[in-house]
Design a protein around this ligand. Structure first.
Ligand code: ZN
Length: 273
């Protein structure tokens, strides 16, 4: 299993994570942002990329300019998702560029984005939910999935891979996967309402649910997402898990649970080179 590396851009104080297995391909620009290096004031301090927060639009736009400069991505290429914890997936094309940033969103209820276009940069948002990065190295197709507990129940990661298979003839063995920073099992306590849905959706749950008593459970979203991705046929050795908890590292990340919902958003960003 690969580990993540923490890299810092050379000419900006912006900090972000990249996935070594993705960097090694030389085929993508990508990152998972932190909260470090932007212009927003508390509680959005400072690199808030959430356009649907109460932060000023001007600050959020400036933050996009900062991260795009650090990644050498044209801000005009960005396609922002419109997340609602659904399992709906969009194949993004050139006509979607600027969606959600230069104009109001032209699609809604999209938690998975896929593209094979070179000048389309995919963007999804996070504050504790799980970011899933997907790259088909052979056919040069990229994807992102926003997988909170609801998305994990719906196996959105697997569904995105299934869609890549049907739309682009992707073979799972050619895919590398990154499961990014999110709330870890250390901090994620849920109740029977959540657990029962996992039991309906997954044939086995012992690997990712630990009972704590009194109707409370610790839920490991990284492990659950890994299991659903393995179901799609992607080899175990192609999956990188960050192992970084956003709530434990609140100085580095926005955390919805850690900050009672009043906080900014990190982004997963990826573009083909
Ligand atoms: Zn934690």
């Amino acid at each position: 299993m690969n580990s993540w590396k923490f890299s810092k851009s050379t000419n900006k104080d912006v900090e972000f994570f990249t996935i070594p297995a993705f960097d090694e391909t030389g085929g993508v620009k990508h990152c998972f942002t932190t909260r470090i290096g932007g212009v927003s004031a508390p509680p959005y301090e400072s690199l808030n990329l959430g356009t649907r927060t109460e932060d000023s639009r001007q600050n959020v736009f400036k933050n996009y300019e900062i991260i795009c400069k650090a990644l050498d991505i044209d801000v005009k290429n960005l396609v922002l998702s419109h997340q609602t914890h659904s399992d709906n997936i969009l194949i993004a094309c050139n006509e979607h560029r600027g969606n959600g940033i230069f104009y109001d969103t032209r699609f809604s209820e999209i938690d998975g984005l896929i593209t094979n276009k070179k000048d389309v940069a995919l963007v999804t948002f996070y504050a504790d939910c799980v970011p899933i990065f997907i790259l088909d190295k052979k056919r040069r197709v990229i994807a992102l999935a926003h997988s909170g507990w609801r998305g994990t129940v719906k196996k959105i990661g697997k569904k995105v891979i299934d869609r890549m298979i049907s739309a682009f003839n992707t073979e799972p063995k050619d895919c590398v996967i990154g499961i990014g920073p999110s709330i870890g099992k250390c901090c994620y306590e849920v109740d029977d309402y959540v657990i029962n849905q996992f039991k309906d959706s997954y044939s086995t749950t012992e690997e990712f649910i630990k009972e704590k008593g009194k109707g409370k459970y610790h839920l490991d979203l990284w492990e659950a997402n890994k299991l659903s991705i393995l179901e799609s046929g992607v080899p175990y050795s192609n999956i990188s898990i960050s192992g970084i908890c956003t709530r434990c590292n609140n100085d580095l990340f926005f955390s919805y649970r850690g900050e009672n919902g009043k906080t900014g958003r990190m982004a997963a960003i990826i573009q083909l080179i």
